[in-house]
Design a protein around this ligand. Structure first.
Ligand code: ATP
Ligand code: MG
Length: 423
């Protein structure tokens, strides 16, 4: 994947993760404050009921305003008449139970004679046992005379318990974020290794170019030297050096072509080409290779003047790669046929060989970088697995469609659909 796309994906991914985290935090804070408000509302409603019951018992009147006051986590209920602590506890337990407020509470009654809170008690409505130390400093309210104070020491725990699902979602989200961050770390590390590898291969192949050119010049000089022409053995060795040097040059060129292709500055040099003529010329150049193993290369077409827009060098390389494979992956003399037909505004070029063929399940991976069909011991042809990757990239860059059909032991057909231009 190109570095820029990777960077864009990582930036977008990180933004999305930050968004999810922000939204999650906002959602949690919002739910927490709603639950707090709900708790307050339920407590106040229940305490009002308790105050009414006490007023009924005492046959007294409740104050018109400020019946319930809240200070930090405690509530004072101004009943305006004497309070019996036993009755109060009973009323509190029943009313909280009705309101499903199943949490512990502590209460105390203000004794105006002593000027302090008396009859402090702790009740736990939730399941399970717990201990509570008295003297939790319930606040006094100076402006009130007959009142009781109540507070909920386990309020936060009760609310958190209520938010269980939300908290669980938050934990899962945080876990997912950590996994995402780890994945980013691994991807970046991997990318760095891949970049280093690419740089290394590019530099290395570039370094090969100078010695290859020197060997080429030297071998030409040796082959053409007077003394060598008359010595057949030396002449033969010189030809081998030249031949092998050409092979090496082709391989280096292949790797360099891929490197150029993967660089962002890759640009096609488009020109108008007449395809029939182009293929005939290419066949003349490639024919030698087919002659070597008694194969043949032919073109079957009734078309004339098929004009396309293409990069001449890359188109030559594409067809050469396919022809090279046709020879390489063939266990007899290789026969290859070009077929060209024009349909609507498309030129359909088929390259049919009589090679070993490719299994159906391998065809979809054929254009992958470094992919080679695992051949076991069937044949020992060497290669980088870059030829068809290059072919596919060039076809894509031109906007051409390439397809492969193959039958094991019968041969393979590559079909390229090329946009034609009007002549
Ligand atoms: P390179 O072209 O880089 O020297 P290569 O020939 O192995 O190496 P590709 O040209 O990309 O790589 O081909 C990929 C694989 O597809 C080959 O290894 C071969 O197994 C299979 N293949 C390609 N063309 C043919 C064909 N015409 N017939 C049978 N198998 C083929
Ligand atoms: Mg190849």
């Amino acid at each position: 994947m190109p570095n820029n796309s990777l960077r864009l994906i990582l930036i977008l991914g990180s933004l999305a993760v930050c968004g999810v985290l922000l939204f999650q935090s906002f959602w949690l804070i919002e739910t927490w404050s709603i639950k707090n408000e709900e708790f307050d509302a339920t407590v106040i409603k229940s305490l009002r009921k308790v105050a009414v019951k006490i007023a009924d018992v005492n046959k007294s009147e409740l104050p018109k305003s400020n019946l319930i006051q809240k200070r930090s986590a405690s509530y004072a209920v101004n009943v305006n008449s004497a309070i019996d602590a036993n009755i109060l506890e009973d009323f509190l337990v029943r009313t909280f139970d009705e309101a499903s407020l199943n949490t512990a509470f502590t209460y105390a009654v203000y004794d105006c004679a002593n000027n302090q809170l008396e009859y402090e008690n702790y009740c736990n409505l939730s399941a399970g046992q717990d201990t509570y130390e008295k003297g939790q400093n319930l606040p006094t309210f100076d402006d009130l005379i007959y009142y009781f104070v109540i507070s909920f020491p386990k309020r936060s725990r009760y609310l958190i318990n209520d938010l269980r699902t939300n908290v669980m979602f938050s934990i899962i989200t945080i876990f997912a974020v950590f996994i995402f961050m780890y994945a980013i770390y691994v991807i970046l590390k991997q990318q760095k290794v891949t970049d280093l590898q690419k740089d290394f291969i590019n530099n290395m192949t570039h370094e090969f170019k100078t010695p290859i050119s020197s060997i080429k010049i030297a071998s030409d000089v040796i082959i053409n030297a007077e003394g060598v022409k008359s010595a057949p053995r030396i002449s033969q060795y010189a030809a081998i050096i030249k031949d092998q040097n050409n092979r090496l040059n082709n391989q280096v060129e292949k790797v360099l072509n891929i490197a150029r292709l993967e660089k962002d500055q890759f640009k096609l040099n488009l020109e108008i080409i007449e395809l029939v003529d182009f293929i005939k010329k290419l066949m003349r150049l490639e024919k030698l290779k087919f002659d070597e193993n008694n194969g043949f290369l032919c073109l079957s077409t009734e078309e004339q003047n098929v004009f396309i827009k293409a990069d001449r060098l890359h188109l030559t390389n594409v067809l050469s790669n396919i022809l090279e494979n046709a020879i390489k992956y063939c266990d007899k003399s290789s026969d290859v046929q070009f077929e060209l037909i024009k349909r609507n505004n498309k030129a359909i070029l088929k390259i049919k060989d009589n090679g070993i063929g490719i299994e159906k399940e391998n065809i979809k991976k054929l254009f992958d970088k470094f992919y080679r069909v695992s051949t076991g011991n069937v044949h020992n042809v060497k290669g980088f697995g870059l030829g068809l990757y290059y072919v596919k990239n060039i076809c894509d860059a031109h906007g051409w469609k390439i397809d492969v059909h193959s039958k094991i032991k019968s041969g393979t057909t590559f079909t390229i659909e090329i946009e034609t231009i009007k002549n």
